[in-house]
Design a protein. Structure first.
Ligand SMILES: C[S@@+](CC[C@H](N)C(=O)[O-])C[C@H]1O[C@@H](n2cnc3c(N)ncnc32)[C@H](O)[C@@H]1O
Length: 439
Protein backbone atom coordinates (compact mmCIF):
# COMPACT_ATOMS: atom_id res chain seq x y z
CA UNK A 1 0.00 0.00 0.00
CA UNK A 2 2.80 2.45 0.87
CA UNK A 3 5.01 3.36 -2.01
CA UNK A 4 8.71 2.95 -1.32
CA UNK A 5 10.83 5.69 -2.81
CA UNK A 6 14.50 6.23 -3.12
CA UNK A 7 15.05 9.86 -2.27
CA UNK A 8 18.60 9.54 -3.55
CA UNK A 9 17.11 9.13 -7.00
CA UNK A 10 14.58 11.87 -6.50
CA UNK A 11 16.88 14.59 -5.32
CA UNK A 12 20.54 15.03 -6.00
CA UNK A 13 20.94 17.86 -3.53
CA UNK A 14 24.04 17.46 -1.36
CA UNK A 15 22.13 18.07 1.85
CA UNK A 16 19.86 15.14 1.04
CA UNK A 17 22.81 12.83 0.60
CA UNK A 18 24.46 14.13 3.72
CA UNK A 19 21.27 13.57 5.71
CA UNK A 20 20.85 9.93 4.69
CA UNK A 21 24.57 9.23 4.95
CA UNK A 22 24.45 10.47 8.52
CA UNK A 23 21.68 8.02 9.43
CA UNK A 24 23.58 5.19 7.76
CA UNK A 25 26.80 6.16 9.53
CA UNK A 26 25.03 6.05 12.85
CA UNK A 27 24.50 2.33 12.21
CA UNK A 28 20.68 2.36 12.16
CA UNK A 29 18.58 0.64 9.55
CA UNK A 30 16.64 3.15 7.61
CA UNK A 31 13.77 3.13 5.20
CA UNK A 32 12.28 5.76 2.95
CA UNK A 33 8.53 5.81 2.75
CA UNK A 34 6.04 8.10 1.08
CA UNK A 35 2.58 8.16 2.63
CA UNK A 36 1.67 11.52 1.11
CA UNK A 37 1.26 14.71 3.07
CA UNK A 38 2.15 14.13 6.72
CA UNK A 39 1.72 17.75 7.79
CA UNK A 40 -1.19 19.40 9.62
CA UNK A 41 -2.76 20.25 6.25
CA UNK A 42 -3.92 16.68 5.71
CA UNK A 43 -5.64 16.75 9.11
CA UNK A 44 -7.58 19.87 8.11
CA UNK A 45 -9.62 17.67 5.80
CA UNK A 46 -10.52 14.97 8.33
CA UNK A 47 -13.42 14.85 10.75
CA UNK A 48 -12.62 15.98 14.32
CA UNK A 49 -8.92 16.56 13.52
CA UNK A 50 -9.93 19.73 11.68
CA UNK A 51 -11.57 21.33 14.72
CA UNK A 52 -8.33 22.96 15.74
CA UNK A 53 -5.50 24.07 13.45
CA UNK A 54 -2.04 23.46 14.93
CA UNK A 55 0.54 23.88 12.21
CA UNK A 56 3.25 21.67 13.82
CA UNK A 57 0.84 18.74 14.19
CA UNK A 58 1.22 15.62 12.05
CA UNK A 59 -1.38 14.02 9.83
CA UNK A 60 -3.90 11.39 11.00
CA UNK A 61 -2.57 9.18 8.16
CA UNK A 62 0.77 8.99 9.97
CA UNK A 63 -0.98 7.62 13.07
CA UNK A 64 -2.92 5.16 10.89
CA UNK A 65 0.36 4.09 9.32
CA UNK A 66 1.79 3.14 12.72
CA UNK A 67 -1.45 1.56 13.96
CA UNK A 68 -1.11 -0.76 10.96
CA UNK A 69 2.67 -1.24 11.13
CA UNK A 70 2.62 -2.07 14.84
CA UNK A 71 -0.60 -4.11 14.50
CA UNK A 72 -2.26 -2.17 17.27
CA UNK A 73 -5.70 -3.46 18.23
CA UNK A 74 -8.46 -2.71 20.75
CA UNK A 75 -6.71 -4.57 23.56
CA UNK A 76 -3.72 -2.25 23.44
CA UNK A 77 -2.96 0.99 25.22
CA UNK A 78 -1.30 3.82 23.29
CA UNK A 79 0.49 6.80 24.81
CA UNK A 80 1.28 10.14 23.18
CA UNK A 81 3.62 12.01 25.46
CA UNK A 82 3.63 15.23 23.41
CA UNK A 83 0.01 15.36 22.47
CA UNK A 84 -0.41 18.79 20.80
CA UNK A 85 -3.94 19.05 19.44
CA UNK A 86 -4.42 15.33 20.10
CA UNK A 87 -3.99 13.74 16.64
CA UNK A 88 -2.85 10.36 18.04
CA UNK A 89 -5.66 10.08 20.57
CA UNK A 90 -8.36 11.25 18.14
CA UNK A 91 -7.24 8.69 15.58
CA UNK A 92 -6.92 5.91 18.18
CA UNK A 93 -10.41 6.70 19.45
CA UNK A 94 -11.80 6.46 15.92
CA UNK A 95 -10.30 2.94 15.86
CA UNK A 96 -11.69 2.03 19.30
CA UNK A 97 -8.18 1.94 20.82
CA UNK A 98 -7.62 3.29 24.33
CA UNK A 99 -5.06 6.06 24.52
CA UNK A 100 -3.66 8.71 26.79
CA UNK A 101 -2.10 11.99 25.74
CA UNK A 102 0.14 14.12 27.92
CA UNK A 103 0.57 17.79 27.12
CA UNK A 104 2.37 20.58 29.00
CA UNK A 105 0.51 23.46 27.35
CA UNK A 106 -2.89 23.84 29.07
CA UNK A 107 -4.55 25.33 26.00
CA UNK A 108 -3.56 22.38 23.81
CA UNK A 109 -4.36 19.90 26.59
CA UNK A 110 -7.90 21.28 26.74
CA UNK A 111 -8.26 21.36 22.96
CA UNK A 112 -7.19 17.70 22.79
CA UNK A 113 -9.33 16.53 25.67
CA UNK A 114 -12.44 18.36 24.49
CA UNK A 115 -11.93 16.89 21.00
CA UNK A 116 -12.47 13.41 22.44
CA UNK A 117 -16.09 13.96 23.54
CA UNK A 118 -18.38 12.87 20.74
CA UNK A 119 -21.96 13.49 21.69
CA UNK A 120 -24.84 14.10 19.27
CA UNK A 121 -27.69 14.50 21.76
CA UNK A 122 -27.58 18.25 22.29
CA UNK A 123 -26.83 19.48 18.79
CA UNK A 124 -29.99 21.62 18.75
CA UNK A 125 -28.37 23.81 21.41
CA UNK A 126 -25.82 24.99 18.82
CA UNK A 127 -28.55 26.95 17.07
CA UNK A 128 -29.89 28.37 20.34
CA UNK A 129 -26.39 29.49 21.33
CA UNK A 130 -25.79 31.23 18.00
CA UNK A 131 -29.18 32.96 18.16
CA UNK A 132 -28.40 34.26 21.64
CA UNK A 133 -24.92 35.42 20.61
CA UNK A 134 -26.31 37.20 17.57
CA UNK A 135 -28.94 38.95 19.74
CA UNK A 136 -26.33 40.01 22.32
CA UNK A 137 -23.93 41.36 19.69
CA UNK A 138 -26.84 43.40 18.32
CA UNK A 139 -27.84 44.58 21.81
CA UNK A 140 -24.32 45.84 22.60
CA UNK A 141 -23.58 47.42 19.20
CA UNK A 142 -23.45 50.92 20.65
CA UNK A 143 -21.73 49.87 23.92
CA UNK A 144 -18.01 50.18 24.59
CA UNK A 145 -15.87 47.16 25.42
CA UNK A 146 -15.56 48.44 28.99
CA UNK A 147 -19.36 48.48 29.35
CA UNK A 148 -19.59 44.92 28.03
CA UNK A 149 -16.86 43.78 30.42
CA UNK A 150 -18.76 45.39 33.32
CA UNK A 151 -22.07 43.90 32.24
CA UNK A 152 -20.67 40.36 32.23
CA UNK A 153 -18.55 40.99 35.31
CA UNK A 154 -15.41 39.84 33.53
CA UNK A 155 -12.08 41.42 32.52
CA UNK A 156 -10.04 42.37 29.46
CA UNK A 157 -7.50 39.61 28.65
CA UNK A 158 -4.27 40.17 30.59
CA UNK A 159 -1.99 39.82 27.56
CA UNK A 160 0.52 42.63 27.01
CA UNK A 161 -0.63 45.09 24.30
CA UNK A 162 -4.10 43.58 24.22
CA UNK A 163 -5.53 46.03 21.69
CA UNK A 164 -2.70 45.37 19.31
CA UNK A 165 -3.81 41.73 19.26
CA UNK A 166 -7.49 42.53 18.77
CA UNK A 167 -9.27 45.72 17.73
CA UNK A 168 -11.67 46.87 20.44
CA UNK A 169 -14.97 46.08 18.61
CA UNK A 170 -13.63 42.63 17.67
CA UNK A 171 -12.56 41.83 21.21
CA UNK A 172 -15.93 43.05 22.48
CA UNK A 173 -17.77 40.53 20.24
CA UNK A 174 -15.35 37.73 21.20
CA UNK A 175 -16.01 38.44 24.88
CA UNK A 176 -19.78 38.29 24.26
CA UNK A 177 -19.35 34.86 22.57
CA UNK A 178 -17.30 33.61 25.52
CA UNK A 179 -19.61 34.92 28.24
CA UNK A 180 -22.74 33.51 26.56
CA UNK A 181 -20.91 30.14 26.31
CA UNK A 182 -20.35 30.21 30.09
CA UNK A 183 -24.07 30.41 30.86
CA UNK A 184 -25.47 27.21 32.47
CA UNK A 185 -27.90 26.70 29.53
CA UNK A 186 -24.97 25.80 27.30
CA UNK A 187 -23.10 23.46 29.61
CA UNK A 188 -23.89 20.40 27.46
CA UNK A 189 -22.22 21.93 24.37
CA UNK A 190 -19.64 24.08 26.15
CA UNK A 191 -16.65 21.97 25.11
CA UNK A 192 -17.54 22.36 21.44
CA UNK A 193 -18.15 26.09 21.69
CA UNK A 194 -14.86 26.39 23.59
CA UNK A 195 -12.90 24.81 20.71
CA UNK A 196 -14.78 26.91 18.15
CA UNK A 197 -13.94 30.05 20.10
CA UNK A 198 -10.30 29.11 20.77
CA UNK A 199 -9.89 28.77 17.02
CA UNK A 200 -11.92 31.92 16.19
CA UNK A 201 -10.06 34.19 18.61
CA UNK A 202 -6.83 33.57 16.70
CA UNK A 203 -8.50 34.00 13.32
CA UNK A 204 -9.91 37.33 14.53
CA UNK A 205 -6.53 38.63 15.81
CA UNK A 206 -4.34 41.13 13.96
CA UNK A 207 -1.78 38.54 12.94
CA UNK A 208 -0.61 36.70 9.87
CA UNK A 209 -2.27 33.32 10.10
CA UNK A 210 -0.70 31.48 7.20
CA UNK A 211 2.72 31.37 8.86
CA UNK A 212 3.80 28.70 11.34
CA UNK A 213 4.84 31.46 13.72
CA UNK A 214 2.45 34.26 14.65
CA UNK A 215 3.52 37.82 13.90
CA UNK A 216 1.54 41.04 14.09
CA UNK A 217 -0.24 42.27 11.00
CA UNK A 218 -0.93 45.81 12.19
CA UNK A 219 -2.06 47.49 9.01
CA UNK A 220 -4.32 44.81 7.57
CA UNK A 221 -7.61 45.86 6.02
CA UNK A 222 -9.37 42.51 6.54
CA UNK A 223 -13.06 42.58 7.46
CA UNK A 224 -13.26 40.56 10.64
CA UNK A 225 -16.65 39.11 11.54
CA UNK A 226 -16.52 37.33 14.89
CA UNK A 227 -20.01 35.83 14.62
CA UNK A 228 -19.24 34.44 11.16
CA UNK A 229 -16.03 32.75 12.40
CA UNK A 230 -17.67 31.16 15.44
CA UNK A 231 -20.69 30.03 13.42
CA UNK A 232 -18.42 28.52 10.73
CA UNK A 233 -16.37 26.59 13.30
CA UNK A 234 -19.47 25.33 15.10
CA UNK A 235 -20.95 24.17 11.81
CA UNK A 236 -17.77 22.14 11.11
CA UNK A 237 -17.98 20.54 14.55
CA UNK A 238 -21.69 19.79 14.15
CA UNK A 239 -21.22 18.33 10.65
CA UNK A 240 -18.39 16.11 11.92
CA UNK A 241 -20.34 14.85 14.93
CA UNK A 242 -23.25 14.02 12.68
CA UNK A 243 -21.06 12.17 10.20
CA UNK A 244 -19.32 9.96 12.77
CA UNK A 245 -20.38 6.31 12.58
CA UNK A 246 -22.51 4.95 15.40
CA UNK A 247 -19.67 2.76 16.77
CA UNK A 248 -17.23 5.69 16.58
CA UNK A 249 -19.65 7.69 18.76
CA UNK A 250 -19.68 4.79 21.21
CA UNK A 251 -15.91 5.22 21.69
CA UNK A 252 -16.43 8.78 22.98
CA UNK A 253 -13.97 9.56 25.79
CA UNK A 254 -12.10 6.27 25.39
CA UNK A 255 -9.05 8.51 25.11
CA UNK A 256 -8.11 11.41 27.35
CA UNK A 257 -5.44 14.09 27.49
CA UNK A 258 -3.84 15.02 30.79
CA UNK A 259 -1.82 18.07 31.69
CA UNK A 260 1.74 17.00 32.49
CA UNK A 261 5.43 17.21 31.83
CA UNK A 262 6.77 14.22 29.91
CA UNK A 263 10.34 14.77 31.01
CA UNK A 264 9.26 13.87 34.55
CA UNK A 265 7.71 10.88 36.29
CA UNK A 266 4.99 9.42 34.06
CA UNK A 267 3.74 6.75 36.47
CA UNK A 268 1.19 9.14 37.99
CA UNK A 269 -0.57 9.38 34.60
CA UNK A 270 -0.91 5.72 33.62
CA UNK A 271 -2.83 2.90 35.24
CA UNK A 272 -1.64 0.11 32.94
CA UNK A 273 1.61 -0.71 31.10
CA UNK A 274 2.04 1.18 27.85
CA UNK A 275 2.08 -1.00 24.74
CA UNK A 276 2.86 1.70 22.19
CA UNK A 277 3.97 5.29 21.97
CA UNK A 278 3.11 7.29 18.85
CA UNK A 279 4.30 10.81 19.37
CA UNK A 280 6.07 13.84 18.06
CA UNK A 281 8.14 15.86 20.52
CA UNK A 282 9.04 19.42 19.60
CA UNK A 283 12.09 19.74 17.36
CA UNK A 284 15.37 21.32 18.48
CA UNK A 285 14.62 24.78 17.11
CA UNK A 286 13.38 28.14 18.37
CA UNK A 287 9.65 27.46 18.03
CA UNK A 288 7.91 28.04 21.36
CA UNK A 289 4.45 26.47 21.64
CA UNK A 290 3.62 28.72 24.55
CA UNK A 291 4.51 31.85 22.63
CA UNK A 292 2.51 30.73 19.61
CA UNK A 293 -0.63 30.06 21.68
CA UNK A 294 -0.36 33.12 23.94
CA UNK A 295 -3.39 35.03 22.58
CA UNK A 296 -5.62 32.01 23.13
CA UNK A 297 -4.10 31.11 26.49
CA UNK A 298 -5.09 34.59 27.63
CA UNK A 299 -8.39 35.06 25.81
CA UNK A 300 -9.75 31.65 26.87
CA UNK A 301 -8.64 32.51 30.43
CA UNK A 302 -6.54 29.39 30.72
CA UNK A 303 -3.86 31.47 32.42
CA UNK A 304 -4.61 33.48 35.51
CA UNK A 305 -1.29 35.30 35.77
CA UNK A 306 1.01 36.74 33.10
CA UNK A 307 4.05 34.96 34.61
CA UNK A 308 2.41 31.56 34.10
CA UNK A 309 3.28 31.65 30.39
CA UNK A 310 7.02 31.76 31.22
CA UNK A 311 6.62 29.04 33.84
CA UNK A 312 5.11 26.68 31.25
CA UNK A 313 7.72 27.67 28.68
CA UNK A 314 10.45 26.67 31.13
CA UNK A 315 8.96 23.19 31.49
CA UNK A 316 8.52 22.66 27.75
CA UNK A 317 10.99 20.94 25.48
CA UNK A 318 12.33 22.91 22.52
CA UNK A 319 12.09 26.60 21.74
CA UNK A 320 11.53 29.30 24.33
CA UNK A 321 10.93 33.05 24.33
CA UNK A 322 11.38 36.03 26.64
CA UNK A 323 12.67 35.28 30.13
CA UNK A 324 13.02 31.54 29.50
CA UNK A 325 15.46 32.37 26.68
CA UNK A 326 17.44 34.82 28.83
CA UNK A 327 17.99 32.04 31.35
CA UNK A 328 19.34 29.73 28.63
CA UNK A 329 21.65 32.40 27.28
CA UNK A 330 23.97 32.50 30.27
CA UNK A 331 26.49 29.69 30.68
CA UNK A 332 27.19 26.72 28.47
CA UNK A 333 25.20 23.73 29.76
CA UNK A 334 27.53 20.95 30.83
CA UNK A 335 27.08 17.68 28.96
CA UNK A 336 27.26 14.49 31.06
CA UNK A 337 30.23 12.46 29.81
CA UNK A 338 28.17 9.30 29.23
CA UNK A 339 26.15 10.94 26.44
CA UNK A 340 28.82 13.33 25.16
CA UNK A 341 29.82 11.14 22.18
CA UNK A 342 26.27 11.31 20.77
CA UNK A 343 25.99 15.10 20.70
CA UNK A 344 28.12 15.54 17.60
CA UNK A 345 27.00 19.14 16.95
CA UNK A 346 28.42 20.31 20.31
CA UNK A 347 32.05 21.15 19.50
CA UNK A 348 31.20 23.26 16.47
CA UNK A 349 28.04 24.89 17.82
CA UNK A 350 29.43 25.95 21.20
CA UNK A 351 31.93 28.17 19.40
CA UNK A 352 29.24 29.73 17.22
CA UNK A 353 26.47 30.42 19.73
CA UNK A 354 26.13 29.52 23.38
CA UNK A 355 22.37 30.05 23.21
CA UNK A 356 21.90 27.75 20.21
CA UNK A 357 24.22 25.15 21.69
CA UNK A 358 22.25 25.28 24.94
CA UNK A 359 18.98 25.00 23.03
CA UNK A 360 20.17 21.77 21.44
CA UNK A 361 21.77 20.38 24.61
CA UNK A 362 18.75 21.15 26.80
CA UNK A 363 16.59 19.49 24.16
CA UNK A 364 18.57 16.24 24.25
CA UNK A 365 18.88 16.24 28.03
CA UNK A 366 15.10 16.65 28.27
CA UNK A 367 14.56 13.83 25.77
CA UNK A 368 17.00 11.64 27.70
CA UNK A 369 14.99 12.21 30.88
CA UNK A 370 11.84 11.40 28.97
CA UNK A 371 13.28 8.09 27.73
CA UNK A 372 14.27 7.13 31.29
CA UNK A 373 10.68 7.68 32.42
CA UNK A 374 9.24 5.71 29.49
CA UNK A 375 11.28 2.75 30.73
CA UNK A 376 9.29 2.78 33.97
CA UNK A 377 5.86 2.45 32.33
CA UNK A 378 6.38 0.36 29.22
CA UNK A 379 4.90 -3.09 28.63
CA UNK A 380 7.24 -5.99 27.85
CA UNK A 381 6.52 -5.89 24.08
CA UNK A 382 6.71 -2.13 23.88
CA UNK A 383 7.15 -0.34 20.56
CA UNK A 384 7.43 3.37 19.97
CA UNK A 385 7.44 5.77 17.03
CA UNK A 386 8.99 9.18 17.68
CA UNK A 387 8.42 11.57 14.81
CA UNK A 388 11.16 14.17 14.78
CA UNK A 389 12.73 16.68 12.45
CA UNK A 390 16.34 17.58 11.93
CA UNK A 391 17.31 21.22 12.21
CA UNK A 392 20.10 23.65 11.57
CA UNK A 393 21.21 26.02 14.31
CA UNK A 394 23.76 28.77 13.50
CA UNK A 395 24.68 26.83 10.37
CA UNK A 396 25.31 23.56 12.25
CA UNK A 397 23.25 20.49 11.35
CA UNK A 398 21.45 18.80 14.24
CA UNK A 399 20.75 15.20 13.30
CA UNK A 400 17.93 14.78 15.78
CA UNK A 401 16.91 11.27 14.73
CA UNK A 402 20.41 9.80 15.02
CA UNK A 403 21.04 11.39 18.43
CA UNK A 404 17.63 10.32 19.71
CA UNK A 405 18.27 6.78 18.46
CA UNK A 406 21.58 6.72 20.36
CA UNK A 407 19.87 7.92 23.55
CA UNK A 408 17.26 5.16 23.28
CA UNK A 409 20.01 2.57 22.75
CA UNK A 410 21.89 3.98 25.71
CA UNK A 411 18.82 3.29 27.87
CA UNK A 412 18.57 -0.31 26.63
CA UNK A 413 15.97 0.04 23.87
CA UNK A 414 16.46 -1.47 20.44
CA UNK A 415 16.26 0.98 17.56
CA UNK A 416 14.39 -1.10 15.04
CA UNK A 417 14.81 1.41 12.19
CA UNK A 418 14.59 5.04 11.24
CA UNK A 419 11.87 5.76 8.72
CA UNK A 420 12.30 8.89 6.70
CA UNK A 421 9.27 10.56 5.25
CA UNK A 422 9.47 13.25 2.64
CA UNK A 423 10.82 16.71 3.15
CA UNK A 424 8.99 19.15 5.35
CA UNK A 425 8.36 22.77 4.39
CA UNK A 426 10.03 24.22 1.34
CA UNK A 427 13.60 23.99 2.57
CA UNK A 428 15.43 21.10 1.02
CA UNK A 429 17.47 20.18 4.03
CA UNK A 430 14.64 19.67 6.52
CA UNK A 431 13.15 16.21 6.96
CA UNK A 432 10.67 14.37 9.05
CA UNK A 433 11.66 10.95 10.34
CA UNK A 434 10.28 8.37 12.73
CA UNK A 435 12.66 6.79 15.20
CA UNK A 436 11.11 3.34 15.70
CA UNK A 437 12.14 1.70 18.95
CA UNK A 438 11.21 -1.42 20.87
CA UNK A 439 12.04 -2.96 24.20
C1 LIG B 1 5.17 18.64 17.65
S1 LIG B 1 3.96 19.04 18.84
C2 LIG B 1 2.94 17.63 18.85
C3 LIG B 1 1.89 17.70 17.79
C4 LIG B 1 0.96 16.50 17.84
N1 LIG B 1 1.63 15.31 17.34
C5 LIG B 1 -0.26 16.80 17.01
O1 LIG B 1 -0.44 16.16 15.95
O2 LIG B 1 -1.01 17.69 17.37
C6 LIG B 1 4.83 18.89 20.35
C7 LIG B 1 3.99 19.14 21.59
O3 LIG B 1 4.77 18.81 22.74
C8 LIG B 1 4.37 19.69 23.79
N2 LIG B 1 5.41 19.65 24.85
C9 LIG B 1 6.58 20.33 24.90
N3 LIG B 1 7.28 20.03 26.00
C10 LIG B 1 6.53 19.12 26.68
C11 LIG B 1 6.72 18.42 27.91
N4 LIG B 1 7.82 18.61 28.65
N5 LIG B 1 5.75 17.54 28.29
C12 LIG B 1 4.63 17.36 27.56
N6 LIG B 1 4.39 18.02 26.40
C13 LIG B 1 5.32 18.87 25.95
C14 LIG B 1 4.21 21.02 23.10
O4 LIG B 1 3.43 21.91 23.87
C15 LIG B 1 3.56 20.59 21.78
O5 LIG B 1 2.18 20.66 21.86
Amino acid sequence: MFQQLSLFELDTNDHVKCFYRKIQQSGFDYQEIDIGDITFKAGQMETVHRWYRLTPSYSPSLVRFFIKEFQIDRNHFVLDTFSGRGTTSIECQKHGIESLGIEVNPLLQQVGNKSLTWDTIYLDLFKQYLTEVSGSIEKFTQSSIEEVVDYFNTRIPIIHNVFRWWKKPILKDLIICREVMLQPTYEAIRDYVWIALAEACLDCANIHRNHPTITFDDDHQREIDVFFEVEKNLKTIRDDLMSLERDEISFSELGRIELGNSTQNLQQHVNRPVDFVITSPPYPNRYSYVHQTRPQLHFMEVLERVAEATEIDLQAIGGTWGRATSILQKELIEVPTEIEPYLCYHEELKNKSILMCNYATKYFLDMWNHIKHIKEIKASNFQGAYIVGNSRLSGVDIFTESILGKLFQHEGFEVERIVSFRKRGGKKRLYETAVCVKS
